[in-house]
Design a protein around this ligand. Structure first.
Ligand code: NAD
Length: 389
């Protein structure tokens, strides 16, 4: 197979992770685009890309590119992904796929019509222990799942001088913490349980009503107190209760203002035979609780199911992590780009749409103070102000 030619639009935190994964999957990093031609030149040098583009719009049209990775602020995902697909490129587009569910649906339709690969990096699916949990549920070892609960907590937007483009509703979307990280949790909950969230009730909290940090700052940096004060219209935290298709109940706390928590995605599923707990910051172990015994299952290739073992490429005791998940995800999408079958479990634009539908329901529920059904195609949310409490 010819070497795949990849290009990356957006070279912040996650763009650099994509660049590494693309290379490891055997692609040539043709070029990158950033917020300006100057920053693209600097990023091309750091990332070792062949060239820099004057703009992301130029990048997506380059005839020498086979696959485009879209790692820009959220408001650019839809136009860039659509332009890339129209130009015949395979696309890996960051979540959220679009600022609303209608936009995400549009991308699903365009990708399907074009017959091109279209992936969305819900990469927590690629921890071997996550696959192991999924296998345990699917094989019946866990028994019917009755409760799904957990949290996704970060602290990088704790203070009033913390900011990033994500805080700006025009660039990040009407939902911030839920769309940004709650979407990962819900994807994982549905992926492991094989169940679907059908109804939910949400409350949103804007704990920091005004921020002074500069929106141009990259993700996960600390504020320095400088910048103009801006009113915040998106949520810092969300509480969601939900019901699933099979009748399970669930609850989730999402926050970007939980001091000391860096990327604490915690998910627990209580089945009739056992409970399973996955902790993203300790992903080498899967907690399996039974009434008579407790087992901590290690990420040991010798003990894992086939589905999980495929992703466990190091021996037990040699930790794999977040970047390895990304590598495995990109390799799976590239497998299909290269003409192979898309490996089962690869998150695609359909999963991006699913996340957008759940996010829409969260916004609507918090706004109206009622339970909302998830899986219908929504009308646009007119007033998406976060609900303070
Ligand atoms: N899948 C995941 O696990 C994961 C993790 C982090 C971020 N993300 C997603 O990745 C995207 C980027 O997030 P981030 O944390 O890397 O943000 P970031 O702020 O670190 O980086 C954003 C980048 O976009 C560039 N940019 C801004 N305007 C641009 C334009 N007009 N054209 C081209 N580039 C432009 C900036 O120069 C910067 O390099 C977001 O959509 C986010 O939701 C996903």
């Amino acid at each position: 197979m010819a070497v795949l030619r990849a290009a990356i639009a957006g070279t912040g935190f996650i763009g650099a992770v994509h660049a590494r994964s693309a290379r490891l999957a055997g692609a040539q990093l043709v070029g990158v685009a950033a917020s300006s031609p100057e920053s693209a030149r600097a990023a091309a040098e750091v990332l070792g890309a062949g060239k820099s583009y004057a703009s992301a719009e130029e990048l997506v049209l380059d005839p020498d590119v086979d696959v485009v990775h879209i790692c820009t602020p959220n408001h650019l995902h839809l136009p860039l992904a659509e332009a890339a697909l129209a130009a015949g490129k395979h696309v890996i587009c960051e979540k959220p796929l679009a600022l609303d569910a209608a936009g995400a649906q549009q991308l699903v339709d365009v990708a399907a019509g074009a017959g091109l690969q279209a992936g969305v990096p819900f990469v927590y699916r690629y921890y071997p222990t996550v696959r192991e949990a999924r296998e345990r549920v699917a094989s019946g070892q866990t028994g019917p799942v009755r409760l799904i609960h957990g949290a996704y907590l970060q602290d990088w937007l704790l203070r009033p001088d913390d900011a990033n483009w994500r805080v700006d509703e025009q660039l990040g979307g009407a939902s911030r913490s839920f769309a940004d990280i709650g979407s990962h949790w819900c994807d994982l909950a549905e992926f492991i349980s094989g169940d679907r969230i059908t109804r939910l009730s949400a409350r949103l909290l804007t704990a920091v009503p005004e921020r002074t940090g500069e929106p141009g700052r990259h993700a996960f940096g600390s504020g320095d107190g400088s910048g103009t004060a801006r009113r915040v219209t998106t949520e810092d935290a969300a509480l969601v209760q939900f019901e699933t298709e099979s009748g399970a109940l669930g609850s989730l706390v999402v926050s970007q203002v939980s001091a000391g928590r860096k990327n604490r995605l915690w998910l627990e599923l209580d089945g009739s035979e056992e409970a399973l707990a996955f902790d993203q910051e300790h992903p080498e172990e899967l907690w399996c609780g039974r009434r008579e015994s407790l087992t901590i299952r290690r990420r040991d290739p010798a003990e894992l199911s086939e589905a999980a073992g495929r992703l466990a490429f190091l021996p037990a005791g040699h930790p794999q992590g977040y970047a390895d998940c990304f590598d495995a995800f990109v390799a799976d999408v590239y497998e299909a780009v290269g003409g192979g079958l898309l490996p089962e479990g690869t998150p695609t634009f359909a999963d991006g749409l699913r996340a957008a539908l759940i996010t829409h329901a969260v916004i609507e529920s918090a706004r109206d103070g009622r339970w909302v059904d998830v899986e219908r195609i929504p009308a646009p949310v007119a007033d998406s102000q976060a609900v303070g409490s």
